[in-house]
Design a protein around this ligand. Sequence first.
Ligand code: ZN
Length: 345
Amino acid sequence: MMKKQFRNAVAGVVAVLAAASSVPTAEAETLAKNLFGGKALPAATAPKSYGFYSKGCFSGGVAIATDGPNWQAMRLSRNRRWGHPTMINLIEKLSREASADGWPGLLLGDISQPRGGPMLTGHASHQIGLDADIWFTPMPDRKLSSSERENMSATSMVNEKTHRVIDRLWTPAHERLLKRAASYREVERILVNPGIKQKLCETVTGDRSWLKKVRPFWGHDYHFHVRIGCQPGSTDCKGQERVAAGEGCDKSLAWWFTEEPWRPNKNPDAPKARDLMTMKSLPAACVAVLNAPAPVSEAAVTVRGAGQPTSVAKIIDSAPVTANAFSEIPLDRVPIPMFRPEPGQ
Ligand SMILES: [Zn+2]
């Protein structure tokens, strides 16, 4: 009886919420990961992140092309090459500048789903278009096939027993790549395995100020995770606490080399937050993001890199946006994915 009353009450609340936000009841009850995971294209409205890295969504997303002059995207079937335009342009810039530093090119892991939100598998974060995974494995000097991109494994840089970097795999080029990524103002954190952080603490000479952005975290031995801050215009984006002052090569790092962080999870089968989130768990604006019109095509919102510049004119000619798309800003300031040279370059 109690159960039934409770269920009726829940149904009532759902109905009210659904009416208020004009979401069909079924949608309000569907798991958010199924709704966001089912979207093939972004919301064609102004670029905005809503909520937090592990609980939110975003609009105005753009994709990074599967192949660029200095990158190849992996695991194409997941359709996670999407991000806030600032994130995608930053990856493009990193690929170019890392290449100039001597890195052979980036292998790109997951960024976000087209409209963000919780994912069907994997990550807790990557929900608001401001997170990207980049492999520690350098890009081969040939085009990978789509099956290689699905199945090829990255190389773990860390011995899983000692949690220390495997010295024969670690190179100065890895350090330069992380330093380059950390050098961008937009980048607030880079997550790496504690063994990698320790290696940097032991070996980086000269400027060490960038070490504070490089944070130890579980996993991240095959790839590093670049996180940028909330971007201008995203007033409903919830930022992270600032990273602590100092290099982080202190006892906060030493903790990772105790037994405590590696104790087996007491309840490994407990459902993860992303597996339980419904639309009600997310910021209310995510309903509009989910239901917003899509751009006319993926190509219209894909960043191709310096070798194949994407101009505003080309996008508007080849792919006129629908009446609602990008309606919040005038066309001459449409968040078009394009190569923007830095002043002085
Ligand atoms: Zn990640």
